[in-house]
Write a protein that binds this ligand. Structure first.
Ligand code: BDR
Ligand code: CA
Length: 309
C-alpha cells in the first residue's frame, strides 16, 4: 500500500476524503496533519482525531499544524461553507485521543526521512504546513514520493474569487513555495473536481449502507449542500473536491493530466490564482501534473465501493 499523509482542514469534503482513504487497501494512512482553512486550526485538529477514531484507527497519529497563513493575516475561514464546527453544525462529541507532540511540519519532515521515497503527501487544505516542512528541510523535496494536492484551477473559474480556488487563496505564498519545490506534484483542481457530481440520488444510495462512515456523512452534508445550492444552484448535489485527490492517489488512471509549470499569484485582485505557463514564457520552473479531465463515473464507483463497504 502507498504510505500517505493527509494534510487537512476538516471540513465536510475532507471528512468524505479521509473516510474513503481509511477504507481503501491501496493506501496506508500513516498520519493526518491539520491546518486552518475551513475552520480554525484547533477545530481542524479535533475533527481529524474524531475521524480516525470513528474508523477504529485511533492509533493513527494526528499532528496539529498552522493556525495562520505564512504571510497574510488570517482572513475569512470556510465556516460559512462547512459549519462553525467544520461538521455542518452537528456539534460532534469530543475526541478521545490527543494530537502528537510535534507540529505538522515536523511530522512531515520526520516521515519523509523515516520512509525515503515512499511517502505521498495529500494536502487537501491550505498549503501552509507543506511550505513550513520545506522551510525546515528543503531536502524533503527529494525524499517525498509525490504530492497530490486538491487545489487550484487552470481553466475553470475559482470558487473563492473569480480566479482563485479556496485552498490556494487561503495561503498563496505557501502554495507558490510548494509549486516551486521541484518535487513530483499533481494538482487535482476545480478543472476536474467540478466534473464529478455527487447527486442527491447518489447520496441516498450511500446512506442506505448504514455504516458509521455514511451515517456521519449524512449528518454533515446538509450545510455543505446549501453552499453549492447558493453558489451554483445545484439543488442538493455537491462537487467532489477532496475525495477526488484521494481517488487520484488510489487510481491515477481515472485522470488525464498535462505537465506544465504552475505559478501562484500573491498580489492584487487575482491573489490565489494558479497560472499555468503553457508556453514556458516565465522563468524556469519544474512542471507539475495538472489534472484536466476525469473519468467521473470511475471516481463515483470507487467512492461507492469504499463508503458502502
Ligand atoms: C477546497 O476548499 C475547501 O472548502 C474544501 O474542503 C476543499 O479542500 C475546495 O476549493
Ligand atoms: Ca479541504
Amino acid at each position: 500500500a502507498k504510505k500517505i499523509i493527509i494534510d487537512t482542514d476538516p471540513g465536510v469534503d475532507d471528512t468524505i476524503a479521509i473516510l474513503t482513504a481509511l477504507r481503501s487497501p491501496e493506501v496506508e494512512v500513516i498520519g493526518l496533519t491539520s491546518v486552518f482553512g475551513n475552520v480554525p486550526g484547533e477545530i481542524a485538529a479535533q475533527n481529524a482525531l474524531r475521524l480516525v477514531e470513528l474508523e477504529g484507527h485511533g492509533d493513527i497519529p494526528v499532528a496539529r499544524g498552522s493556525d495562520v497563513p505564512l504571510v497574510f493575516p488570517l482572513e475569512k475561514l470556510g465556516t460559512w461553507v462547512h459549519g462553525e464546527d467544520g461538521m455542518g453544525n452537528t456539534q460532534p462529541p469530543a475526541p478521545k485521543g490527543k494530537v502528537v507532540d510535534k507540529s505538522a511540519a515536523e511530522f512531515i519532515v520526520e516521515m519523509a526521512h523515516a520512509y525515503p521515497g515512499e511517502v505521498t503527501l495529500v494536502p487537501v487544505g491550505p498549503l501552509t504546513n507543506i511550505a513550513l516542512a520545506l522551510r525546515i528541510d528543503p531536502g524533503i523535496a527529494a525524499l517525498i514520493k509525490e504530492v497530490v494536492i486538491m487545489g487550484g484551477a487552470v481553466a475553470n473559474p475559482g470558487n473563492m474569487t473569480p480566479v482563485a480556488e479556496a485552498n490556494i487563496y487561503h495561503d498563496p505564498h505557501a502554495a507558490d513555495i510548494v509549486m516551486a519545490a521541484g518535487w513530483p506534484l499533481v494538482l487535482v483542481g476545480l478543472d476536474v473536481t467540478h466534473k464529478t457530481i455527487i447527486t442527491p440520488e447518489f447520496q441516498q444510495m450511500l446512506f442506505k449502507a448504514g455504516n458509521p462512515a455514511v451515517e456521519l456523512i449524512s449528518k454533515v452534508l446538509p450545510c455543505y449542500q446549501n453552499f453549492f445550492n447558493n453558489l451554483y444552484g445545484l439543488n442538493g448535489a455537491i462537487y467532489t473536491h477532496d475525495p477526488s485527490a484521494i481517488s487520484y492517489v488510489i487510481n491515477p488512471d481515472l485522470f488525464t493530466t498535462k505537465d506544465v509549470p504552475v505559478f501562484v499569484e500573491t498580489e492584487g485582485r487575482c491573489v490565489g490564482q494558479t497560472v499555468a505557463d503553457w508556453a514556458h514564457q516565465w522563468e524556469e520552473r519544474t512542471p507539475v501534473k495538472v489534472c484536466l479531465d476525469v473519468n467521473s463515473e470511475g471516481v463515483l464507483a470507487l467512492l461507492k465501493e469504499r463508503l458502502t463497504a
